[in-house]
Design a protein around this ligand. Structure first.
Ligand code: C2E
Ligand code: MG
Ligand code: MG
Ligand code: MG
Length: 287
């Protein structure tokens, strides 16, 4: 017992722990300030239809340029925003920005009837009973139809109450948004949960894609996911595609869409707009 306590009190004074919790506290404080100053922006990564090479839309990814620290990864600050409750106002800002951006692109490129922008949602946002209201307000005020919006959720949310989730998903689907399951294969639920929810799309996690050339097992898992998705009437997106070889494998497995550095990095707004101009007509990215 005393040994344990000894260890615990030693940990209190571990300087690296101290530094990282200090950094967390500072980041939380700065998140608050940056929210007021609207220091966040969205980058947009193109998503491509594999069979035709056509450009279909973007995934919106939040970027924070911290006044002193510079770029801070969303992988670091999103969890802090979730723990501190700041994900609500931040998530709202992200959703509104994405909707306004869709409106702007649709106005500028009226022929882009198939355009879609995917927005990542934190489970915390969906657990808020007001989420559908928030979504409605964003859609109505910016004047876009839900058909242009995809909402990316993660498997962890599916652990919640099945009935209330299903009814939430159904009200979202009524708004014509696409429901996309992000990072598929890394969570708890995976295959056994899929058929229980009305979801439209699966995003196959990057960790399977980057082993696809070298690891037989990853290849088989991807094949199973794309086959299952077809059976369940869902589309598939492979994330983190970095090489032509990976894209070729995915094509042979009838994966529907791809996204990754091989095609493009996430782009700031102006470059994303330029991307649309260069690729919207009839794009063939792959030979
Ligand atoms: P995610 O939703 O799975 O997003 C894909 C991540 O993979 C992005 O990282 C993207 O920049 C990166 N990526 C894309 N192509 C490649 C590739 O070819 N190779 C490699 N190595 N990486 C690639 P990012 O932007 O750093 O975001 C990390 C995570 O942070 C996201 O993972 C998502 O979970 C979260 N996130 C990002 N933006 C938002 C947001 O607006 N709201 C919420 N709630 N979470 C967000
Ligand atoms: Mg995502
Ligand atoms: Mg993902
Ligand atoms: Mg991921």
């Amino acid at each position: 017992q005393s040994k344990k306590r000894g260890k615990a009190s030693w940990q209190l004074f571990d300087p690296s722990m101290y530094e990282s919790s200090l950094r967390q506290l500072e980041l939380e404080r700065d998140l608050r300030l940056s929210l007021e100053n609207q220091d966040f922006s969205l980058y947009y990564q193109p998503i491509i239809h594999l069979e035709t090479g056509r450009f279909l839309g973007f995934e919106a990814l939040v970027r924070w340029i911290h006044p002193r620290r510079g770029f801070v990864s969303p992988a670091e600050f999103i969890p802090i925003a979730e723990e501190s409750g700041l994900i609500e106002p931040l998530g709202d800002q992200i959703l509104w920005t994405a909707c306004r951006q869709i409106k702007q692109w649709l106005t500028q490129f009226p022929h882009l009837v198939d355009l879609s922008v995917s927005v990542n949602l934190s489970s915390k946002q969906l657990q808020n009973a007001k989420f559908v209201e928030t979504l409605d307000r964003a859609l109505t005020t910016t004047g876009i139809s839900g058909q242009y919006l995809k909402l990316e959720i993660t498997e962890s949310i599916l652990m919640g109450n099945h009935e209330s989730l299903t009814s939430l998903f159904r009200s979202l689907l009524k708004r014509q948004v696409t429901l996309s399951l992000d990072d598929f294969g890394t969570g708890y639920s995976s295959l056994s949960y899929l058929h229980r929810f009305p979801l439209n799309e699966i995003k196959i996690d990057r960790s399977f894609i980057n082993r696809i050339e070298t690891d037989q097992q990853s290849r088989e898992i991807v094949k199973i996911i794309t086959t299952l998705a077809k059976t369940l009437n869902m589309t598939t997106v492979a994330e983190g595609v970095e090489t032509l070889e990976q894209a070729e494998y995915l094509r042979s497995m009838a994966c529907d869409m791809v996204q990754g550095y091989y095609f493009s990095q996430p782009l700031p707004e102006a470059e994303a707009t330029a991307w649309i101009m260069n690729h919207a007509a009839t794009l063939t990215i792959m030979a």
